[in-house]
Structures are given as C-alpha cells and as structure tokens.
Ligand binder design. Structure first.
Ligand code: FES
Length: 480
C-alpha cells in the first residue's frame, strides 16, 4: 500500500484544491517528501476535511467545472472492463502484501509490549518510551488507514499520470485517452489531430502500463516502440504512469492553425450580447492557450476576438459578440451548421506556467471574454491558492455573464467575484486603491487586466506605480 501521496491525489482525498495543499506546505504545516505527503500529516493539516469522495464541496466544484467547461456529461465514468480488471489485479497484489506486512508488525509490537510488561521495573522505562513513540508516530490508525483505502479506491477509478520533465500531474478517468485527460487538466500538450494520424502526441512511457484504445494510422518505428513510445491520443492508463512528453512552455510555441468550425448555436444574452458557440471537426481541434485570440471570418466580415472558452475543451469554442460591431452583426445572422473560418491562436496574454502566486483578474466590459478563458483554465489547473475577479461594467457592456461569475464564487471556496459599476472605472487610481484595500495590496498576485486601452492602460500604470513588478502584470487591450 502506498505510504506517500502525490499532491493532486492528496488534494482530492481531502476535498481541497492543490493550491490549498501547497499553501499548507509553504506555511510549514505540511511536510513533503520529494513532492509527496504522508496520509497522517495530511489529516493533521486538514483535520476538518472529510475523506469521503462524495464530499458535497467536491461535488459542487466538480459540477461547476463541468458547467464551466461545457464538458460532455459522463454517463460512462468507468474505465473499460480490461483496464479495471488490470488495475484491480495490481491493487489486490499490493493490498495483500501490505496487509500481510502490517499484521506482522502488529504481532511484533504486541509481542514486544508483552515482553516489556513482563520484564517488570527494569523494562518500565523502555515500555514507557515505546508507548510514547507509538502515540507520536503511531501504527497506522483507523483514520490514516481509511485515507489509504480511499486512495486505493481512487486508483481503481482513475490512474494518475506524472509528466517529465515538467512534473505536472493529472488523472485519467473513465475511458479517456492520456492526451484528453491532460488537456482537461489544463496542460499545454504537444498534439495535432487527436486522432492517431499526425504522431505529434508521441510520448514515452517510463513507468506503468498503458492500453491501446483505438487503431491509429501513424506508425511508430519499432526501435521507438521498444523504448516505450506510444501515441497519447490513442492510449489510456491502466496503472499510474510516469510519461516523458512535450508541453508548450510559452504562447510563441503554439502553431498557427487554420480551422473551419461549425456553428453549434448562438446564445443571446439580453438584447446586446451573445455567445457564439463553435465546434471544430473531430480530427482538427484548435490548440491554443487560455487568453489567446482567433481571427474569425464569416459572411464576408472578419474580426479578431478573444477566445472565451477553456483550452481544456478544445473542440467547443466560445466567442462573445456585441451588437453594433460589423462582424458581430453578421455573425448574429448565422445558423446552426453554418461555417466560420478561424486562424489562431494569437497573443501572449496567458497564465504564467507554474507560478505559485494567487491570481487577480480585472476585466473591463468585453475584456471579460479572455478573462473568462483564463479563469476556467486556472480552475482546471487547480494550482492557484486563490482567484479574485473584478469585472468593471463599461458604457458599452454590462456584466452580461454575471450569473456565471456568481456561480464560480458560490461553488469555489477560493474564488471571489466582485462586479464593479461603470463609474468606478473612470478613476483608475480609485479602482486600484479599492482593489489594493480589499486584497491587502496586490503585490503578491499575478495580475491580468483586459479591456479597452483607455481603461486598462491607466489602471496598469497605477498598479506599476504602487510597486507591482512588471513580471507579475499582464495587460491586453480589447475593442470594447
Ligand atoms: S495527436 Fe495526432 S496522432 Fe495523436
């Protein structure tokens, strides 16, 4: 039975975000051993947390994430029978060994206790010392035993994958491919077709067992196969894995793509705003980073728009439209199954990879589109300690997705949403002052500001003046 838990699994077991586990580590309240934690230490750090996977908080967060990302509802969450059988076999072997070992230790300790008790006065100190040691470090007690069993159950339902060299980890659930699971976890994997044709998703299995889930046309040379290379889009994880695979480290590594997407639907939000939902072909998804934009053309008009959805759902794309703009007015005439041509991605308004800081987002008006993508991506990465969103209404655009932001705030303990009325935006110093007061300054945050230049730029300038380092500030200008 495993004694140490990777951080992602530990966070799942106690129903908190990985960022909250990392905060405990940073505060010195939770000890790590090469990035892993002990179950007993975890329980001491989160004594009030339930170990049950049906924890309502966990469920609420899972639900809101499902809604946020527009993921398919998974009615078939179980891995396929062969994968389940292989995982159960591996676990039953581990369990048998662990139980045997634990029983031996219990017997030895019981025997030792008895012998010391029989030894009378001369052995009393030693017996006292033994009892103290046992009460400090303890034989596995019921609670830490429970967390280990919970861990084993999770391992049946989901295999954990750790990537090299990044150290990122994620879970493969149900019948997902390794690639799909990584994308859903917000990782910027290297891939192309998602369909077994291009070979770009090739990764090397360093440890663990995989299973091919579909035929692929791309042929991996025998020499590479023997070294453990597989297509991550065509394999699932049977056991926990260690995988060597490429990930993009910056926006500039994203390849330029041309995709013809289909209109799925137009969602009207009041009289002025709408969401254009597009779907890419199954074998030509759009690879992008949250916060980037795309050039859209349809019906003779084109425009550069921020992508308002999460890269963790790379087939279903969203764009926000506002009546009165040339492209938006044309796009509002589109029907389901009409086509829109995309050239993407562009821009470097993206999350900082592996930054440990909390995130502060300030959206002005329609700048919310890119901010929404960043927020959803940060949720899927599950690494930020906390997230704070200020959405400033502008003369053009109100809080057209106010309920969505409220639902994030309600569902996630460490997400805080604050809508700001338009007049506050007119004085950037006052807005920055308000934010600084609420956040007890923002110098410890990674800050993302998106909106029309005349609003975003002055706010960024005030933040710089107040001492926010340049490498913690990203600013993007939007049309409205
Ligand atoms: S992404 Fe093209 S083969 Fe896997």
């Amino acid at each position: 039975m495993s004694e140490l838990l990777p951080l992602s699994r530990a966070a799942r077991l106690v129903g908190v975000s990985r960022g909250q586990v990392q905060r405990k580590i940073k505060e010195g309240k939770l000890q790590t051993f090469e990035g892993m934690v002990r179950p007993a230490d975890l329980l001491r750090a989160f004594p009030h947390k339930s170990l049950k996977t049906d924890d309502p908080n966990l469920k609420r967060v899972a639900e809101i994430r499902e809604n946020a990302y527009g993921r398919r509802l998974r009615d078939t969450v179980l891995p396929d029978a062969e994968v389940l059988a292989a995982r159960l076999k591996a676990l039953s072997g581990e369990l048998t060994g662990a139980i045997r070992q634990r029983n031996i230790y219990r017997d030895i300790i019981a025997g030792l206790r008895q012998q010391l008790a029989d030894g009378g006065e001369p052995a009393a100190d030693l017996l006292y010392w033994l009892e103290r040691q046992l009460s400090t470090i303890g034989l596995p007690d019921d609670e830490s035993g429970a967390i280990e069993i919970e861990d084993q159950l999770l391992r049946v339902m989901a295999a954990q994958v750790r990537l090299q060299p990044s150290g990122h980890d994620f879970f493969v659930e149900g019948q997902d491919s390794i690639l799909d699971a990584a994308l859903r976890a917000g990782l910027a994997m290297d891939y192309g077709c998602s369909n077994g044709n291009c070979g770009l998703c090739k990764g090397r299995i360093l440890k663990g067992e995989v299973k091919k889930t579909r035929h692929h046309d791309f042929v991996i040379p025998e020499a590479e196969k023997s070294q453990g290379y597989v297509l991550l889009c065509s394999h699932t994880a049977v056991t926990d894995l260690l995988v060597e695979a490429e990930e993009a480290e910056s926006a500039s590594e994203m390849p330029r793509q041309e995709v013809r997407a289909r209109v799925k639907r137009l969602e009207l939000l009041g009289t002025q705003d709408a969401i254009l939902h597009l779907q890419t072909p199954r074998n030509q998804r759009l690879r992008f980073l949250a916060g980037q934009s795309a050039r859209l053309s349809a019906r003779g008009e084109e425009a550069e728009l921020g992508i308002a959805s999460c890269p963790c759902d790379d087939r279903n794309l969203q764009f926000h439209l506002h009546r009165g703009e040339n492209f938006a007015d044309k796009a509002l005439e589109l029907h389901p199954n009409d086509y829109v041509d995309l050239v993407a991605p562009q821009g470097s308004f993206v999350l900082r990879d592996d930054s440990p800081r909390s995130l502060l987002f300030v959206a002005f008006g329609g700048g919310f589109a890119r901010i929404k993508s960043l927020v959803e991506h940060a949720m899927s990465l599950d690494a930020a300690e906390s997230m704070h969103l200020y959405w400033v209404a502008t003369a053009d655009t109100g809080h057209y997705l106010h309920n969505l932001c409220r639902s994030w705030d309600d569902a996630l303990d460490d997400f805080h949403y604050r809508p700001v009325a338009a007049d506050s935006a007119l004085d950037p110093a006052k807005l920055a002052g308000d934010i600084a007061t609420r956040q007890r300054e923002f110098l410890d945050f990674d800050v993302f500001v998106c909106g029309p230049r005349e609003l975003a730029e002055p706010l960024a300038a005030v933040m710089r003046d107040r001492g926010l380092p340049e490498n913690q500030l990203r600013v993007e200008f939007s049309e409205r």
